[in-house]
Write a protein that binds this ligand. Structure first.
Ligand code: G6P
Length: 550
């Protein structure tokens, strides 16, 4: 449980009281009191619609949340990020992923240095390479065309391109894309099994070029290529993406096949940088630039729209409301779009690695709880798995539904799929909100021919409390532009919540300890040093593993 001696501000106290009142009032009552609730609590930016009306949130509550945003200095913090100030204070870095999707004339700079030119130069180099791979002019060592690319990376160097490549599969007209992230040798082995190394290109993607998983997997792939095609062939089958250009050179990958980025790009915000190379190879430069343009469109909306109409601000305020004012510890993201199957995993890193902090910018424990657990699966699959708990479990989980009005499969024969998908998505948010009363349950049972005694006995199990919150994010169709816009919406939402929590969203010291301990444990696992200095559980597990391996 989070405890803090840092006092709550009067505004936060007031909002927590409001949060409880709204829960007691209930969403159904809020709808009953305001026939125009949807108009009042849904917000648009072009075809993108954010519906907050099915949250336990009144218009006055939203005004109070907006006042909190002003009080936290949200606009000044946002402007500082766009201005290239070192808002990642613990690492002394700017946070400028927004510059990666800007146009050079947007004039982004950091430390008095304009960066648009360098960004465009890397994009142009990526495009030359990507188009060369796609048209066959850049081939494998034996002259055969590259048919498969394997991205070797983890965390931010994996989840973004992996998620995006699936999301934009209708635009995929380049080589097949594979992603190997796990240190588990099974991942590389299973991937290599299906591939012909003569026609395979490996992309070693690592911001630091030190991550043990990526370096180990890259070494394994390098050996496989050298064994099959000879040492001289290695250069033609590898390229790299990193900020550590010296380390890439030491690995033996040529400068002309190395695509750089910068320390002001956080790993989990790096899909827009050269880390997006697998996506660009898959869909081509033009589509990739549309994806960037969509994100730029959201950046400009976030920067310019008033807080009252600003979608990332409103989504962030709703997230804070659910987490801090109403004490819901998790949120589920349920895209009704199979191609967004990896979006929840991507958002887990984006959100939980950014806002999973317990100390504020002032170095003191945060006065409130911070980022929620984020989880999810695509609908309709989730309906047949965990939705039972969402509807009738003892915890309330705010759900975020993401829905496209149109599908790429829009021919007559496939229309029914999209119709059913939409009907299911709307039905779930309606069911969460409306529920079913005991009387309704009883009545339904009687109508179905059950005896009065049976109806009495079973009705409590068929009652749904309702009043369970959800947010719906609707857009026209998942094309590159709208997909970029959606991902940027979530990035800025994380930023907004971080400002309300008062934390730095851009470091991730919490991942360090496990890495350090793994380094120390390797010789123990290898039997080169003994486990006696470890705790009894760790030592006992090492002994049990060693017995099983011998
Ligand atoms: O890109 P890399 O330097 O290899 O880092 C890959 C990932 O590993 C780290 O442990 C961080 O927690 C992530 O933020 C990062 O995306």
């Amino acid at each position: 449980m989070h405890t803090s001696s840092t006092p709550l501000s009067p505004s936060v106290e007031n909002l927590q009281a409001r949060g409880k009142t709204a829960l007691d009032t209930g969403i159904r009552a809020l709808f009953a009191a305001d026939p125009q609730r949807f108009e009042h609590l849904s917000f648009r930016h072009d075809d993108l619609l954010l519906d907050l009306s099915k949250c336990a949130l009144s218009r006055d509550d939203l005004s109070a949340l907006l006042a909190l945003a002003h009080e936290c200095g949200l606009e000044a913090r946002r402007d500082a990020m766009f201005a290239g100030a070192p808002i990642n204070a613990t690492e002394g870095r700017a946070v400028l992923h927004v510059a990666l999707r800007a146009r050079p004339e947007d004039g982004f700079e950091t430390a008095g240095h304009k960066i648009g030119g360098e960004i465009e130069a890397v994009l142009a180099a990526m495009a030359r390479f990507a188009e060369g791979i796609r048209d066959g002019s850049i081939a494998g060592s034996t002259g055969r065309r590259i048919t498969d690319i394997v991205n070797i990376g983890i965390g931010g160097s994996d989840l973004g391109p992996a998620m995006a490549t699936i999301a934009l599969s209708p635009y995929h007209d380049g080589p097949r894309a594979h992603f190997v992230s796990n240190i588990d040798g099974a991942h590389m082995a299973d991937t290599l099994k299906a591939l012909d190394l003569e026609t395979t290109l490996f992309i070693v993607a690592s911001k630091t070029f030190t991550t043990i998983e990526t370096m180990t997997n890259a070494g394994t792939a390098r050996r496989a290529v050298a064994d099959k095609l000879g040492e001289a062939a290695v250069g033609a089958h590898f390229c790299a993406v990193s900020t550590a250009l010296d380390k890439v050179a030491a690995f033996g990958i040529g400068e002309d096949r190395t695509f750089g980025f910068w320390d002001w790009v956080g790993g989990r915000y790096s899909i827009w940088s050269a880390i997006g190379l697998p996506l660009m190879i898959a869909i081509g430069e033009t589509r990739f630039r549309e994806f960037l343009a969509g994100a730029r469109d959201m950046d400009r909306h976030f920067r310019d729209a008033s807080l009252e109409q600003n979608l990332p601000v409103l989504l962030g305020l709703a997230g804070w409301w659910h987490r801090v004012a109403q004490d819901h510890p998790t949120r589920a993201v349920i895209p009704y779009d199979q191609r967004l199957a990896r979006l929840p995993a991507y958002l887990q890193q984006l959100d939980m690695e950014s806002n999973g902090k317990h100390v504020g910018l002032d170095g003191l424990p945060t006065p409130t709880v911070t980022g929620p657990v984020v989880w999810g699966e695509p609908g309709t699959n989730g309906q047949h798995a965990f939705f039972q708990l969402l509807h009738q479990g003892t915890d309330i989980v705010p759900v975020e539904f993401i829905l496209g009005a149109r599908a790429h499969e829009d021919g007559e024969a496939m229309r029914i799929h999209q119709d059913l998908l939409i009907a299911n998505c709307l039905a779930q948010s309606e069911a969460l909100m409306k529920g079913r009363t005991m009387e309704e349950a009883r009545e339904q049972l009687l109508q179905a021919g059950r005896s009065a005694a049976d109806a009495e006995r079973i009705a409590p199990h068929r009652e749904f409390s309702g009043d369970r919150p959800s947010i719906t994010i609707l857009h026209e169709i998942l094309d590159p532009f709208r997909f970029g816009r959606l991902v940027a919406l979530y990035e800025h939402r994380v930023f907004v919540e971080a400002q309300l929590f008062g934390i730095n969203a851009y470091d991730q010291w919490g991942v360090e300890l496990g890495k350090e301990l793994a380094t120390g444990l390797l010789p123990v696992v290898q039997g080169k040093s003994d486990a006696s200095s470890r705790d009894s559980s760790t030592a006992g597990l090492v002994a049990a593993i060693s017995a099983l391996r011998n």
